[in-house]
Design a protein. Sequence first.
Length: 307
Amino acid sequence: MKAVRLDGYNEAPVIRDIAIPDIGPDDVLVRVHASALNPLDVKLHSGVLQDYFPLEFGYTLGSDLAGTIEAVGAHVTGWSKGDKVVARLDPVSGGAFSELACVPATQLASVPASMSFETAAGIPTAAGTAWQALFEIGDLQVGQTVLIHAGAGGVGSFAIQLARAVGARVIATASGDGIDIARTLGADQVIDYRNDDFAEALSDVDLVLDTIGGETQQKSFGVLRRDGRLLSLVAPPDEALASAHHVTASFVFHMSDGARLRSVMTSIGTNGIKTLIDQTVPLDEFATAFARQASGRARGKIILTMV
C-alpha cells in the first residue's frame, strides 16, 4: 500500500509502498478514503515536539482519517466490515496518510451515510480540540461571550459553529476573505486584525480561545472580564499575566478520545455544523498539501484523498 513516510526530523516526506499493517484483537483495519492535515503534522515533522511526541522512523504521517472498515480484530464488537467510520490516531503512532490504517476500535466513530469522507476526515482534531476547549475546559454557557482568534482556521471554524450551537455570543478575529468566512459560519462580530486592534474594541469577554499565541495571547488577557478564562492551543499562557488580570488561563493539550469524537459527530449532525475545507489534494500530490499547511494560510482543512 502507499503511505507518506518520514525518515527523520526535517527530512522531506516521501510516498512509498509499505506493508499493510497487522491489526491486534482490539483493532480494525480501515481502508482510508480521506485524511486531514493538521498544524501538528508540521510540528512533528520539524521535531520541535519530540520531547512530547517522540517518533520512531520510518514513520507514517497523519492522525485524522475517514474510510470503511476492511477487517475487525477478534475482540472487536459493534463494528463490521464495510462500516463507514472516522477516527483520530495517536500522533506518536501516526498512520493516517496511507491507503490502509490500523485503528483501535475504541477510537472509532460512525460517519452518517449522507456525509462525505472528505467532510468527516476534517473533523477529529480540529472539531475535537474546539469541543474540548469550549465545553470540557471552558464550560461555555448560553448567553456568554467568546472571542475566537483565527476564526477562519481549522479549529476556529468549528469553534464558531459549536459556540453558536449552545447559544453563546461569538466574536472572531480574521483577515482578508476570512472575514466573510467567519461571518458566514455564524460569528456575531468579526474583527479585521490587520486593521483594527481587538484589545481596544473588546471588554468583558467570558472566554478567549487563543489559536495564535505571542502578542495576541498577551493582549487577550485585557479583554476578559474578572474571573474570565483564556484557553491557548499553541503555548502555555503567562500565569503572571493571568493573575494580574484576575483570570484563569490554561493550555489545551488535545488527546485522542473516541467518546469525545462520537459526541462531536452527534453535535455536528444535529446542528448542521459544516467542515470548512481549504482544498482537497490527491495523495500523490502530498508535497503541495504539506506546503500549504506549513504556510499557515489555509482557510479550514486541507484534505488528502486516497481513492
